[in-house]
Design a protein around this ligand. Sequence first.
Ligand code: NAD
Length: 353
Amino acid sequence: MKNQIYNIKKKDKQTKVYYAKTFKDINLSKIIGVDKKNILLIYDKKLESLESFTILKKQNFYTYSLKAGEALKDLSQFLSHMSAIHKKYSNIVTRHTHIVSVGGGSVGDFVGFLASVWKRGLGLTHIPSTWLAAVDSSHGGKTALNIGLEKNQLGSFYCAENILIIKDLLQSSSLQNSYGEILKISFLQKQLFSKLKNKSYQSDTFIWALLPSLVKAKYFYITKDPLETKEKRVYLNLGHTIAHILELHFSIPHGVAVILGLDFSLNWSFHKKLISKTAFKKYSFLLEPLVKKFKSKIKILSKEKATKLLLQDKKIKDQKNIQFIFFASNGHLIKTVSINSLIKELQRENYIK
Ligand SMILES: NC(=O)c1ccc[n+]([C@@H]2O[C@H](COP(=O)([O-])OP(=O)(O)OC[C@H]3O[C@@H](n4cnc5c(N)ncnc54)[C@H](O)[C@@H]3O)[C@@H](O)[C@H]2O)c1
């Protein structure tokens, strides 16, 4: 079993990322360093049909299952699950309990938040079950709940102590939904981008081999700016301003929305002459086939709705301006733009009439 260790400064925390092909020979309690009777596994119910998950479950921890998906992250769901878990385990859970989340990004965001507030913070391990969570969402400690259509409004920075990436568990999940985050991190880091020159990233064997490098690239930003107080970590939001609007408004998977968000940013950057035609072509070569496939599924937004959703973005500066990440000739550029200019660009790129 390979592993990587990252020190999250300021938070005084260390995150260990483990990679293994199967759960066979993995003793979770030993890896976490906590006795079985102090481990509570909170997992996506859908995983019960997977053999790889059965191997893990046989290790006999306390368990609680959830239905995954964006709806899970709604505040109302948190309140009802939290009451149910508390009722079931109030005699067992103590400040020494360690929470293990097994699932995709929705489960990780939800369980991470729960672990950060229950008893003022319990030990946390993530076992991602989707490629998106393995590449991206389980790393960096962002936990999140939505309030209605307002995404990720309630949350905390709470890094997991361990992240176990198990290939067998990932294989039945959608690889396509991870392309957005894979392309984003590769667009940010030249050495990764050069490895994706063709469509090689559309194979799970290729992504499995590249995974430690993709994860390392994300920690490059997290370790320098764990709480997103400097500008460093903001770069990880490349493509996400528009992605969050499309994801919630049209109920499309996060990874698909990020593809459209990256394409939006790329087109705007080129229109503003921030990148050359050659650079534009280099990025759009990878994005275009995916954009063609997904953009047709998106309907037209109203100007009022788009403005309302933009105003809820956490990168908003005031009621008129927002931080936006552009592609630029020597990397990327964080700029404050007006909401009006963003709306105009949404019109130019045919998202608004
Ligand atoms: N915290 C962060 O830093 C961060 C980063 C990126 C995305 N996110 C969040 O992640 C979420 C999206 O993540 P996701 O796409 O993993 O979503 P998800 O958890 O909703 O999973 C998507 C679907 O895949 C199913 N699934 C999970 N594992 C499976 C498996 N092994 N086999 C078959 N089906 C499986 C789930 O039941 C669900 O239906 C969004 O809410 C997004 O905001 C968070």
